[in-house]
Design a protein around this ligand. Structure first.
Ligand SMILES: NC(=O)c1ccc[n+]([C@@H]2O[C@H](COP(=O)([O-])OP(=O)(O)OC[C@H]3O[C@@H](n4cnc5c(N)ncnc54)[C@H](OP(=O)(O)O)[C@@H]3O)[C@@H](O)[C@H]2O)c1
Length: 338
C-alpha cells in the first residue's frame, strides 16, 4: 500500500513509501482510508517543531475517514462496509484525559502511526461511525478540530443559548467553534486578518466580525459590541500573543478555552484572571464519548464541515505548504485512493 512517512523532519522531506498492507489482529478492524485532513499539529509534526525527539519513521496525520474492509476474529461491533473514523487518542474512551490516554494520540510518532496511508488497523473500540449525511472528506475533518471545538464549548464551556462566543481566526478549530456556537443559539463574534474571510464567516452565521490586523485592539471592539460587559466565552487558539486581549475581552466570571499557540510571544497579567474570576480552562481534543455526542448533534443538524481545499494523495506536501501559507478558511483535506 502507499503511505507517507516522516523519516527526517521538514515538509519537503515527507517520504512517499510502499508499506505492506496490514491485516487485522483479533479485535481489530482494517480501514481503507478515503480521506485525511490537516491540523496545525500535523504541520508541526512533519516540520519537527512538535517533538524533535519523536520516534521515526512515522506515518503523520491524526484525522482520517474510510471504510472497514475486513474484521479480525472476535470483532462484534463492526462489519465490512461500515464507514468509520479512528478516534484521535486511541485509548481515551470516556472520563478525563490522562498521561496514558494522551500518549495514544495518532500521527505523532512511530508508536501510533497516523492516517496518511491507504490502509490501517485499529482496535474495534477506537473507531466511531461517520454521520450518514457526510462524505469521507467531510468526515475526515472531525476527529481533532471539530472535537476540540465541541469540547471547548459544550463540555468545558457548558454553552447556553443567548451567550456570546468569541472565536479567534478562521482556521479549522475556530470555524467548527463558529458552527457549533450557532447550533446552540449563541451569538458569535469572530476575528480574522482578512476581510474576505470575515465575509465568508458572516455567511456561516457569524453575528459580528473584527479584523484583528486593522483593529489591533480587537478586545476593545468585543467590549464595545457587548455593552462593555465582555463575552461569555473565548475560544483561545492564539496563546501567548493573544491571551492578554482575550482576558480583556471576556466578561467577569467568563470562560476562556485554552486550545492553541498560533501567535508569537506575549505577556499576560495574572491579576485579570482572579480579579475577573475568569475560568481559564485548558482543552485537549476529547474522548470517544464526546466524539459520539458531537456526531449525534452533527447528524441531527445535518451540519457540514467547511472544507477550503482538497488535495490528491500525491500532493500531500502541497497541502502542508498551503496550511503553512495560512490562506485557508476552515479545513484542508487530502483525498486518499481513487
Ligand atoms: N488543544 C487541542 O487539543 C488542540 C486541538 C486542535 C488544535 N489545537 C491548536 O489550536 C490551534 C489552531 O489549530 P488549527 O488546526 O485550527 O489551525 P489552523 O487551521 O492552521 O488555523 C490557522 C488560522 O489561525 C488564525 N490565526 C493565526 N494567528 C492568529 C492570531 N495571532 N490571532 C488570531 N488568529 C490567528 C489565522 O486566521 P485568519 O487567517 O482568519 O487570520 C490562521 O489562518 C493550533 O495552535 C493547534 O495546535 C489544539
Amino acid at each position: 500500500m502507499k503511505a507517507y512517512e516522516v523519516q527526517q523532519f521538514g515538509i519537503d522531506n515527507l517520504a512517499s513509501v510502499n508499506r505492506e498492507e496490514p491485516s487485522p489482529k483479533p479485535d481489530e478492524v482494517l480501514i481503507k482510508f478515503h480521506a485525511a485532513s490537516l491540523n496545525h499539529r500535523d504541520f508541526m509534526v512533519v516540520s519537527g517543531t512538535s517533538n524533535p525527539r519523536m520516534k521515526l519513521p512515522a506515518v503523520p496525520f491524526s484525522d482520517g475517514a474510510g471504510e472497514i474492509t475486513a474484521v479480525g476474529e472476535g470483532v462484534t461491533k463492526w462489519n465490512a462496509g461500515d464507514r468509520v473514523m479512528p478516534i484521535f487518542a486511541q485509548g481515551w474512551f470516556d472520563g478525563e484525559s490522562s498521561d496514558e490516554k494522551r500518549r495514544t494520540s495518532l500521527g505523532a510518532g512511530a508508536q501510533w502511526d497516523g492516517v496518511l496511508r491507504e490502509f490501517g488497523t485499529f482496535s474495534q473500540e477506537s473507531v466511531v461511525r461517520i454521520p450518514e449525511h457526510l462524505n469521507y472528506e467531510e468526515a475526515a475533518t472531525l476527529p481533532c478540530a471539530a472535537l476540540t471545538a465541541w469540547n471547548a464549548l459544550t463540555v468545558s464551556g457548558r454553552l447556553k443559548a443567548g451567550e456570546t462566543v468569541v472565536t479567534l481566526g478562521t482556521g479549522g478549530v475556530s470555524i467548527f467553534a463558529l458552527q457549533f456556537a450557532k447550533l446552540s443559539g449563541a451569538r458569535v463574534i469572530i476575528t480574522s486578518s482578512s476581510n474576505e474571510k470575515l465575509e465568508h464567516a458572516k455567511q456561516l452565521g457569524a453575528d459580528e466580525t473584527i479584523n484583528y490586523k486593522t483593529r489591533e485592539d480587537w478586545d476593545n471592539a468585543v467590549l464595545e459590541l457587548t455593552g462593555k460587559a465582555g463575552a461569555d466565552h473565548v475560544v483561545e487558539v492564539g496563546g501567548s500573543g493573544t491571551l492578554a486581549k482575550s482576558l480583556n475581552a471576556v466578561r467577569i466570571g467568563g470562560h476562556i478555552a485554552m486550545i492553541g499557540a498560533l501567535s508569537g510571544p506575549g505577556q499576560f497579567n495574572p491579576i485579570h484572571v482572579f480579579m475577573k474570576a475568569i475560568r481559564l480552562q485548558g482543552v485537549f481534543t476529547g474522548s470517544r464519548h464526546m466524539f459520539e455526542e458531537m456526531n449525534r448533534a452533527i447528524s441531527i443538524a445535518k451540519l457540514r464541515p467547511v472544507i477550503d481545499r482538497t488535495f490528491m494523495f500525491d500532493k500531500a506536501v502541497d497541502a502542508l505548504r498551503y496550511m503553512e501559507s495560512g490562506s485557508h478558511f476552515g479545513k484542508i483535506v487530502v483525498k486518499i485512493g481513487e
